[in-house]
Each structure stands twice: as C-alpha cells, then as structure tokens.
Design a protein around this ligand. Sequence first.
Ligand SMILES: Cc1cc2nc3c(=O)[nH]c(=O)nc-3n(C[C@H](O)[C@H](O)[C@H](O)COP(=O)(O)O)c2cc1C
Length: 170
Amino acid sequence: MDVFEAMHTRRSIRKFDPDKPVGAADLEKILAAAMFAPSAGNAQPWHFVIVTDPGLRDALSRIHPYVGMLRQAPVGIVVCAELALEKFPGYWVQDLAAAVQNLLLAARGLGLGTVWTGVCPIQERMDAVRRILSLPDGVEPHAIIPLGWPAQEFVHTERFREDRVHTNGW
Ligand SMILES: Cc1cc2nc3c(=O)[nH]c(=O)nc-3n(C[C@H](O)[C@H](O)[C@H](O)COP(=O)(O)O)c2cc1C
C-alpha cells in the first residue's frame, strides 16, 4: 500500500475479530517498522512486550476505561522505554511516539487494525502496567496497542486544515 494511502486511511480500530490470529510474519514486519522510527541520538530506547495471554489481556484491559477492546484483540503490544538507553535524557516519550506511529501505519498497510491507547504520562496507568507485566526498574510503559483483524471499516475522513498552516511565522 502507498504510504499516503496508509496515512490517510489509518483509523483507530476498536472492534476486532477475536478468532482470527495475527501471523508471526505480520507481527515481525510491524515490529520492524516500529524499530525503524527516528529517535534522539539514534538511541532506539524501545522494547515491545507482546501480550497474547487472555488473562493478561483481560488484566490490562481493565487499567482504564478506554482500553477494553484489548479483550477482543488477539494481541496487545505494550511499548516501553529502557531509560538507560537514552543518549539525550528526556526524549524517550517522543522516540516511542514515533515508533508507535510507524507501528500503526505498518499494521494498516497489512490490513490489520490497531488503536493507540494511552498509558504515559498517567502514573496510575503506568504503575498498573508495571505490576501486571512485571516491568523492571528503569523501564517505563508508554502505550498499549491492541492489534488484530478489524471488525469495522477503515473510514477515510478529510482533515487537512489550511488555517493550521503558518508560513514564515504565525
Ligand atoms: C496519546 C494518545 C492516546 C490515546 N488513547 C486512547 C485510548 O486510551 N483509547 C482509545 O480508544 N483511543 C485512544 N487514542 C486514539 C484517539 O482517540 C484517536 O487517534 C483519535 O480519536 C483520532 O481517530 P483516528 O485514530 O481514527 O484517526 C489515543 C491516541 C493518542 C495519540
């Protein structure tokens, strides 16, 4: 799929086919795309915890009101940062956001659905993810991405806004 088509038709998918698994080759392509993201000083401070266990997905789906779709999605990708890998401290949230966006677009290119569900910077959610997945000290969870075959359409909506573009100053 053309990169512009992927960007313009990526939508948050919140309904998944619970019986259709995500293939290992597709999952690896998606993770590789995430790891090709830019990062400050090329630190690549990310880790990806793949959660397929139904009990763990259920536990994660309850950490806040907007991640319940993880019960249906066959895979959850928990994107985390290892802070000791940073070269320029403080950039990890941006590094991981770039990785997440690559991941979402790669999944779209393969016809798979995703939704970015927020964890960082809400401490209560970060603590809950740490507890459920036994994250070590120095590793911070950033987002949870439910992944699976969509049970809804990728709807295209126009979003370009000329009034948000400023040339040579505001
Ligand atoms: C940082 C961040 C956190 C988000 N958290 C959630 C969430 O917890 N649950 C959810 O259903 N969607 C979440 N979203 C998805 C947004 O609601 C969605 O991207 C937005 O409504 C635009 O829709 P689209 O993704 O279909 O273009 C999040 C998106 C971002 C970037």
